[in-house]
Write a new protein. Sequence first.
Length: 282
Amino acid sequence: MFTRIDSQNTLLSYQDLHIEKKELVKLKNENTTPLQISSEKMDGIKVIFEDKNKNLIAINLSQENFKSLQENFRSYTNYITKEDGSIRLNAEAQNFVASWFNSALNLSNEKINSSFYQNNTTMFFKKDTPTINQSLQSLGKNKGDVINDNASITQKLNFLIDKDVDKDGKIELGEEKSKSNKELLSELRESLNGTQKVTDRIDPQKINKEEQKDKIKTNDNKEDLLKKAQEKGLNALNAAEQEKLKMQNPKEFEKLQEKSLQNLSLNLNKDFNQIKLIDKLV
């Protein structure tokens, strides 16, 4: 049994092979030719590791998967660069890849797909869906959670490593990369016209009402600022309100600004005439 389900939330998990850590000197001087697993011209990084039978295996990991290895297993002792540019794995990184490789060898494509995609139906978000809550129950079932029926060992290994986001040897329900979550929420918002929380019931009338409320509120705000400025002058608004009024009603703002300048000029003239009068009296 090479995959064990530890809980109801665990879709797949590997059997930990406990591949032991090697001395770096031995790995650098290692001259055994590894068994190259076909990569189907897949771009990526060639890694070498020891399998459960102590055979050396060479296989291509995607750039993304190799990067995630480095992020989760950070010690320099996990990676030894060979002369040909390949990476000899060691310690935790080697054990992780070797254990998922063992699972990929012993899991059929059908078994992997059934673990992620049991209903064999693609999830769509429609405006006439009764509730979003019902849809959220099937979030894990999308095209990204299946592999081709003819997928190779290389493809299966990369698939499993990619799905084990936290690199703990288990793939659990809802274990997704943040980018996928953002994309999924973006699709949900788009399907709802970007106006509703994902946990609310879809109600087109409610959406239209909310939109109308927002429009009325915005228009009221525009009228309040304009009315205040017309009655009390532009100086009655603070800097933020003036900037908002300028954006909302540029023509009216310009008129009020001119009026404000004219008033300022008149006041200055009055003050100047008063000063001249006082000088004469003195």
